[in-house]
Design a protein around this ligand. Structure first.
Ligand SMILES: Cc1ncc(COP(=O)(O)O)c(C=O)c1O
Length: 404
């Protein structure tokens, strides 16, 4: 039977993620830098076990029951305190919505704000799964190039000026700290400029911040955009995936009360609410300080693995290859000479050399560049990092010298 005839228009806008496609080729002999998974040794498993046991023995009636769409009040209150410590001031738990990871929040943002044909702006490259979530709603996506300080705000302003007669720009989506895929952290100056420009052209900002709490550079990360927002313009997303465990599927949104009300309505028809039991677990992890005590450990693991990958890259990579040096996030962004198509090279890398990565192309809204790749350094072991980078360098040399 041909199912295609029954598909909705928007279903045709969905594309299989290249990361998922890639998983099919990966056997146990392949070292993969392709995923985006945390180091499992960073999960507070024992503490989650203790907390879960206690919740189920003292408040199973609530923890196993349906809950409200906006989320468990205790968790939202804990999050108000948690965000307060990094300077994010929200009026109260009513300004917070609990989601099934930040990924659900990205879909809700698309549902609530995007009409087909609306403009939205992202960094270029940007988080692949955000592009996928937004694309379903049919926007025109404009990617703004980045440099080592983050989004080029001069290009952003030019773009908004040009678009101002053309149609509605709904929001600017940014990952200011430890950006996925580049690992770049936006400078303070750029953050201020971004807020000014968004205000001047009256556009919303979506600040996706999964990595700010595990910043492993020197000192503290630059202030969150949300902490500098005096107009209620910033919709802030974060997640328990990187500070506790992604399997909990817990994220949150902090935004003005009006935005939260619309998001709540959208979420109601998606899934009624986020897992009540998991929300009680997270509230307790925060209340007991388990998350805050675990954060320095996560930072240390990530810093060590990043350093290892940087060292291996310096040791093995041929001339003409460059890479970012992230102080947050989980990824290094590698740039190879322009005559290399990393999408095409992947087959050689996996099949002949046993190493995988994510080709850079699909992180660009217009898929215009082919000579980058994203390398994850948090999941592989130290031995795999060294050996995998050695193999990757061989694959690059092989691809460049192939007969054509
Ligand atoms: C920038 C960014 N946003 C959102 C997510 C989604 O995270 P989750 O749905 O697990 O909260 C990720 C996960 O890697 C990410 O890197």
């Amino acid at each position: 039977m041909n199912i295609g005839r029954f598909l909705a228009e928007r279903t045709r806008l969905m594309r299989a993620s290249e990361i998922r496609e890639l998983l099919k080729w990966i056997t146990e002999n392949v070292i993969s830098f392709g995923g985006g998974m945390p180091d499992p040794s960073s999960f507070p498993a024992k503490e989650i076990m203790e907390v879960t046991r206690e919740i189920l023995s003292t408040k199973a009636d609530k923890a196993l029951q349906y809950g409200t769409t906006n989320g468990v009040a205790e968790l939202r209150e804990e999050l108000v305190r948690f965000m307060g410590k990094v300077g994010i001031k929200v009026e109260g738990p009513e300004d917070v919505l609990i989601t099934v990871g930040s990924q659900e929040a990205l879909d809700i943002i698309g549902r609530v704000f995007i009409n087909p044909g609306d403009y939205i702006i992202t960094e270029s490259p940007t988080y692949l799964a955000a592009l996928q979530a937004f694309r379903i709603y049919g926007p025109r996506i404009i990617g703004i190039p980045m440099d080592e300080e983050g989004m080029r705000v001069d290009v952003l302003e030019d773009t908004l000026r040009k678009l101002s007669n053309e149609g509605r720009v709904k929001f600017i989506y940014v990952i200011p700290t430890g950006q996925n895929p580049t690992g770049i952290t936006m400078s303070m100056e750029r953050r201020r400029a971004l807020l000014d420009i968004a205000s001047k052209y009256d556009v919303l900002i979506v600040e996706d911040d999964p990595y700010g709490y595990i910043y492993f550079g020197d000192g503290e990360p630059p202030s969150r955009l949300k902490a500098m927002d005096s107009e209620g313009r910033v919709i802030y997303l974060s997640t328990f995936s990187k500070i506790a465990a992604p399997g909990l599927r817990l994220g949150w949104v902090a935004a003005s009360r009006e935005v939260i009300r619309w998001f709540e309505l959208a979420k109601q028809s998606i899934d009624l609410h986020t897992s009540t039991l998991n929300q009680y677990i997270a509230a307790e992890l925060l209340r007991r300080g388990i998350i805050e005590r675990n954060i320095p450990r996560i930072k240390e693991i990530y810093r060590t693995k990043r350093d290892l990958m940087l060292q291996a890259l310096s040791q093995y990579m041929p001339e003409g290859v460059s890479w970012t040096k992230p102080s947050a996030g989980m990824f290094i962004w590698l740039t190879v000479p322009e005559n290399i198509d990393t999408g095409e090279m992947l087959e050689i890398a996996i099949k002949k050399y046993g190493v995988a990565y994510v080709p850079g192309k699909s992180f660009y809204p217009n898929e215009e560049k082919r000579n980058n790749m994203r390398l994850n350094f948090t999941y592989p072991t130290p031995q795999e990092i060294f050996e995998g980078i050695r193999r990757l360098a061989l694959a690059i040399r092989d691809y460049v010298q192939r007969p054509r």
